[in-house]
Design a protein around this ligand. Structure first.
Ligand code: DCS
Length: 283
């Protein structure tokens, strides 16, 4: 048992009450973020908070705090729950009102919940890589917004798990967009390819860090889409996210990438990424 941030207060988990007419519960009317905690320290918290505010604005919702205040509250939550390595999940909904599709009046306050989980890094996946499967991207056309409406992603991920795969690589008319909860990258002839950050994908914070890492190690990045067919012919393929970091993909629909071996550039990127994450304090 631990503590949850509930609106502007940190309370015991069991004190949180979620109303049945919360619009997040009924409509998925809200936005969310997941922030990784390494050795008690939040990683890229500013970027995640900025994206939360941007998502909220895109659905015409106002976060009732300043960014600094939210940052401070999340920091307190991590301390209070004594998180070592894990993550924070936080969401904000349009609040509680009698059920009607249109927005409630301005007096209705958004509802914020944030909690933490202790969660080890999936190091085995980083080392050995995972299997993936292609799934048609049936999501809506505003995938740039990190909304609570995740049914398209849920169905895709389940299809992948049913096939014994870690991730579903989504495609629209055979153009790879992203994973169900990750961004997708491919390396071909020493160039790193990924889908451009438009309305078809979520602009991952890890994606941005990886692009920066690529720059730092001299790997050319091209933000142009590739097809499912091209994906299978990549020298290297990997997925990225806050919790999956840089996870190599060694097989898609039973077809091996690079003979099922993790590629050199992927290893170099993983190494560069490692230099950026908060290290344990040795006092
Ligand atoms: N694309 C989608 C559809 C996602 O849901 C996510 C994150 C990403 C890309 C990668 O973004 P970040 O690099 O910013 O994490 N999904 C979060 C989730 O739902 N669980 O963990 C991360």
């Amino acid at each position: 048992m631990g503590y949850t941030l509930w609106n502007d207060k940190i309370v015991k988990d069991e004190e949180v009450i979620i109303d049945k007419e919360d619009r997040g519960y009924q409509f998925g009317d809200g936005v969310y973020e997941v922030i990784k905690v390494y050795n008690g320290e939040m990683f890229t918290a500013t970027e995640h908070i900025d994206r939360l505010y941007a998502s909220a604005e895109k659905i015409r919702m106002t976060v009732p705090f300043t960014k600094d205040k939210l940052h401070q509250l999340l920091h307190e939550l991590v301390e209070k729950n004594e998180v070592n390595t894990g993550h924070i999940y936080f969401q904000i909904t349009r609040g509680v009102a009698p059920r009607a599709h249109n927005f409630p009046s301005d007096t209705v306050k958004p509802v914020i919940t944030a909690y933490t989980k202790e969660n080890p890094r999936p190091l085995e996946n980083f080392k050995k890589g995972v299997k993936a499967t292609f799934v048609e991207d049936i999501r809506w056309l505003r995938c740039d917004i990190k909304t609570l409406n995740l049914l398209g992603a849920v169905l895709a991920k389940q299809e992948a798990h049913d096939k014994g795969c870690y991730e579903a690589i989504l495609h629209r008319n055979n153009t790879v967009t992203e994973g169900s909860s990750t961004n997708v990258f491919g390396v071909k002839s020493d160039v790193l390819y990924t889908h451009p950050a438009n309305n078809f994908i979520l602009k991952g914070i890890t994606r941005d860090v990886v692009i920066q890492c690529a720059d730092e190690i001299g790997l050319t990045v091209k933000e142009i889409p590739f097809t499912t067919e091209e994906a299978l012919k990549m020298d290297e393929l990997f997925i990225t996210s806050t919790t999956s970091e840089i996870t190599p993909v060694i097989e898609v629909d039973d077809k091996k990438i690079n003979d099922g071996k993790v590629g050199e550039w992927t290893r170099k990127l993983q190494k560069q990424f490692e230099t950026k994450i908060p290290k344990p304090l040795h006092i």
